[in-house]
Design a protein around this ligand. Structure first.
Ligand SMILES: *[C@@H]1O[C@H](CO)[C@@H](O)[C@H](O)[C@H]1NC(C)=O
Ligand SMILES: *[C@@H]1O[C@H](CO)[C@@H](O)[C@H](O)[C@H]1NC(C)=O
Ligand SMILES: *[C@@H]1O[C@H](CO)[C@@H](O)[C@H](O)[C@H]1NC(C)=O
Ligand SMILES: *[C@@H]1O[C@H](CO)[C@@H](O)[C@H](O)[C@H]1NC(C)=O
Ligand SMILES: *[C@@H]1O[C@H](CO)[C@@H](O)[C@H](O)[C@H]1NC(C)=O
Ligand SMILES: *[C@@H]1O[C@H](CO)[C@@H](O)[C@H](O)[C@H]1NC(C)=O
Length: 416
């Protein structure tokens, strides 16, 4: 039985931190969390998604920023490629938004290579974590895991689940995270459920998304980690690549920011500023279904967006879901908009009205078009890219939290 002795995130930070220290490279890891709200008061609040996104990574995304190793992050019509080309590469993206309960789906093909870990996970500022990880040496399983408040005192949270070779084809991995339970799916089938009465704690604080590849089998790691990773990494076999075609994320809460009101780490202590925790579960589930089916979302009152304050629309958010079956080419085309420019075979339209207070209509509207983002792979330059006039109503305007991380370069080492 292999178990990671530490959260992989810290390990990933250590590896890239060491790399930076050793080489003087500028592609260093950003901090895992600069400010732990359970240890320090006055941490910055977390920018809320409070909506839904679908990302195909045909180009750099507004919703994600480079976390480390920008020169090994590639975008194409096939989606995102994260490559470990040489020792200490640790290419990773981090979302610019946080979710306070929600549902996430990723269409992913894991990397080959002994000791190579492909990872996709949610993590919070107080180090709650919800994980999916794949071992490059194992063509038959995926690991699920979770952490609560960074507690690594026991190591039996991980679950190993047999599946068809995750390195040979794209599979569809889903995480549904509510106050009651956490459910992981592979290709639409439940592989694990964790209820909120788990004796090892339960993830329940606002989370961002991370995805990346790293060498668990590097010799700088502990023997336990190397064993967990499936053995020593042979860099002669590099490059190793993982691929992501699509990420859908829907937030169950409303508001502009999520804030810790005390140091308990309990979800009931999280304030959704100008919104409500779990304030949009019903509409989020509808959005999720539409987006994973290849549809897009837009707001019917988009025209009013430039003219009126978002508060004018707060009481009645009106969505139209344009659900398109795939065009004959078979590849999903989420950037095709509601105007039907991709010539799909059929479309069905439905409207959903929500009377929840909040910013849903503006946040869900944005979803897909990310093509104007810069491809520089530079988190600070990305944060100012792309969206024009309506930016501030999308909830992605306050990237100051994010930019401030840039200065926290070697914090990952300090954590360890
Ligand atoms: C892993 O190797 C197998 C066999 O060579 C190949 O079919 C598959 O595409 C590879 N996966 C990745 C992610 O490169
Ligand atoms: C845990 O889940 C149960 C339902 O299974 C629910 O009644 C309870 O309120 C939840 N606890 C918290 C703290 O949310
Ligand atoms: C992924 O699985 C979900 C069910 O959980 C399904 O609705 C969706 O269509 C699947 N997506 C793809 C691309 O297979
Ligand atoms: C919508 O979000 C903005 C910040 O993005 C905030 O100033 C405003 O108060 C929010 N409105 C509602 C109704 O939540
Ligand atoms: C990244 O941003 C920094 C600071 O803004 C800048 O000095 C640097 O030139 C940028 N690098 C790239 C590749 O854009
Ligand atoms: C925003 O960009 C779109 C597409 O590039 C353009 O049509 C629109 O006029 C722009 N709006 C503003 C306010 O600049």
């Amino acid at each position: 039985m292999r178990s990671p002795p530490l959260s992989h995130v810290l390990l990933g930070s250590l590896v890239s931190g060491l790399a930076a220290a050793a080489t003087g490279s500028s592609s260093v890891s950003l901090a895992t969390a600069t400010c732990n709200p359970l240890k320090t008061t006055g941490c910055p609040a977390d920018t809320a998604l409070a909506g839904a996104i679908s990302e195909d990574f045909k180009s750099a995304s507004d919703h994600f920023s480079v976390y480390s190793t920008p020169d090994q992050i590639f975008y194409s019509d096939d989606g995102l490629q994260l490559t470990l080309a040489k020792r200490f590469d640790n290419p990773a993206l981090r979302s610019n938004f946080y979710m306070m309960f929600g549902k996430v789906e990723v269409l992913l093909k894991a990397a080959n290579g002994t000791g190579i870990i492909s990872s996709f996970y949610l993590q919070s500022d107080d180090l709650d974590e919800i994980d999916l990880e794949w071992f490059g040496g194992d063509g038959y399983e995926v690991q699920t895991n979770y952490f609560s408040k960074g507690n690594t005192a026991t190591y039996d949270r991980g679950g190993y689940h047999n599946m068809d070779d995750p390195r040979a084809a794209f599979h569809n991995y889903t995480i549904d995270w509510t106050a009651e339970a956490l459910t992981w799916y592979v290709d639409g089938k439940v592989i694990r459920t964790l209820t909120n009465d788990s004796s090892q704690g339960y993830p329940q604080s606002p989370m961002y998304l991370m995805m990346g590849i790293w060498a668990g089998g590097d010799s700088t790691n502990s023997q336990g980690t190397i064993e967990w990773a499936g053995g020593s990494t042979n860099y002669d076999d590099a490059p190793f690549s993982m691929y992501i075609k699509k990420v859908v994320a829907v937030d169950y809460s409303t508001g502009s920011e999520y804030r810790y009101e005390d140091t308990s780490g309990q979800w009931t202590s999280i304030e959704a500023v100008d919104g409500q925790v779990n304030g949009r579960i019903d509409v989020a589930e509808e959005e999720f279904d539409a987006l994973v089916a290849g549809g897009t979302l837009y707001s019917e009152d988009a025209d009013s967006q430039t003219g009126s304050s978002s508060n004018d629309r707060a009481t009645s958010s009106h969505y139209v879901y344009e659900s398109s079956t795939k065009a004959a080419t078979g590849s999903s085309n989420p950037t095709a908009t509601a105007s039907g420019s991709h010539g799909s075979v059929s479309t069905s339209k439905r409207s959903v009205t929500s009377d929840e207070a909040g910013n849903q209509s503006s946040t869900t509207l944005e979803t897909l078009a990310s093509s104007s983002a810069t491809a520089s792979g530079n988190s600070s330059s990305q944060s100012v890219s792309s969206t024009n006039g309506s930016e501030s109503s999308h909830g992605f305007g306050s990237l100051n939290v994010f930019v401030s991380l840039v200065s926290a370069t070697l914090f990952g080492l300090a954590l360890i």
